[in-house]
Design a binder for this molecule. Sequence first.
Ligand code: BES
Ligand code: MN
Ligand code: ZN
Length: 495
Amino acid sequence: MVFQTFDALPQDAKTSLILLGEDNYVAEGQSALTGEQFAHILALKLKPGKLEAIQTLTKDGIKTGFYALLPKELNYDKLEELTAEVAGRLRALKADAVHIALADDSIAALSGAFYKQLALMDDGFTHYKTTGIDPIDPEADKPEDDAWTPEFTLYLPETMDKKAEEKKAKQAQKLAEGIRIARRLVNEPANVMSPERLAKEASKLAKKHGFEIEVFDEKQIQDMGMEAFYSVAKGSDAPPRFMVMRYMNNKDTDEVLALVGKGLTYDSGGYALKPAAGMDTMFCDMGGAGAVIGAISALSMLKAKVNVVAIVAACENMISGHAYRNGDIIGSLAGKFIEVVNTDAEGRLTLADAITYAATVIKADKIIDIATLTGAVGVALGNQITGVVADDEDIWAAISAASEQSGDKVWRLPHFDHLAKSNKSERADIKNSGGRMAGTATAALFCRAFAFGVPWGHLDIAGTAYQDKASAKAPLGATGIGAEILTRAAMKLFD
Ligand code: BES
Ligand code: MN
Ligand code: ZN
């Protein structure tokens, strides 16, 4: 992304996008638009929020100018809709250099969001689409390379500070990269993204972005006493991995924030087997892991003044002669016995040990966990709102403020004491499902039972981590939800 002043906009740009506020509409002389551009705007009869294009044949080929009026009450949703449409149109043109002129500063309050959307425009999962399969020349049979990365040049009006906007754009690109990391990890199918592979990818990212990582194998997981986590893992032939990532960059405090991400690389349901219709997307069940790995990568890129430890207990929930059963009673790192009433409520068992580790080994001062935990959250809030449960007002405030800046919607669900009673077991200390009623809150409170009283927050992203068709926010597949919220929330908690 290159920044220029508005008057530097080249008149012969092949592909340009002009955004102006409603107030400047037909106000020639107030902004730096040329006569030709004004003629276009008048001819196009722009309606707020709608993108219009005008193509002209010049001696150097076809010139495409996109024009849009930013609505007066511009908000995140409207901006996303507009940029999604811009992305679609530019992709269809296969534009490689795009000149974007902001005719006035009506985008100012959301310019960071706009730069982030520009940085996310090319992000679709095309890894396994082959084109031109040639049986004679296998070399030609390569994954489609349509990673579309146009170069954007932005032209700013005098009323916007170029330096400040450049800074915002740099931050936006790092936040976007965190989101892309999460999407890439989650989009890979379970036959590729095993627990081992996830640990390898996290290690690569640690090296690249400069955070530390420790990976524990199957034997170490058992030796540490993580019986709840291991009970879920042991049904699979793919060995589990426990990852602890550290980015300790705030020397002024010894306060530590732990981010714990659910890392089920696949969830078949186990003996409480899922029906096929609900199983095929269960490679997305490490969306929480993707989010915390994306967040710690972004925090490192941003050189954020935080002390963050990201934790992932990665495994697969499968069926075999050595899988755990409905009715088993298992131990846990916390020393509590858990009655497994449903092998499909596996995420909270893996989180239980990871949260205990955060509280007792890391001795974290605050814990936020994030998980594709319950179908119930989708029933309650749909697929565009993440459910949050928190027993600490500072953590809730940080998550809520972060989500407003990231344009993600969150809604708080309750944590009343009586809800935790649903998890009471007759046969052991606690059971792993409190039943259908208030399923998201009771699952969250199961997790809290392993936080040892450490201030805690919880994001249930089961409804928002994966989408089976593209939206204005993200392409089909993993949304990368949580990476930006957690990055921003961590920075707020250390502010
Ligand atoms: N991974 C699922 C939750 C999920 C559902 C994620 C839909 C993404 C989309 C979780 O492990 C699960 O199976 N939860 C059960 C809990 C129940 C058995 C108490 C559920 O929600 O049905
Ligand atoms: Mn499950
Ligand atoms: Zn699951």
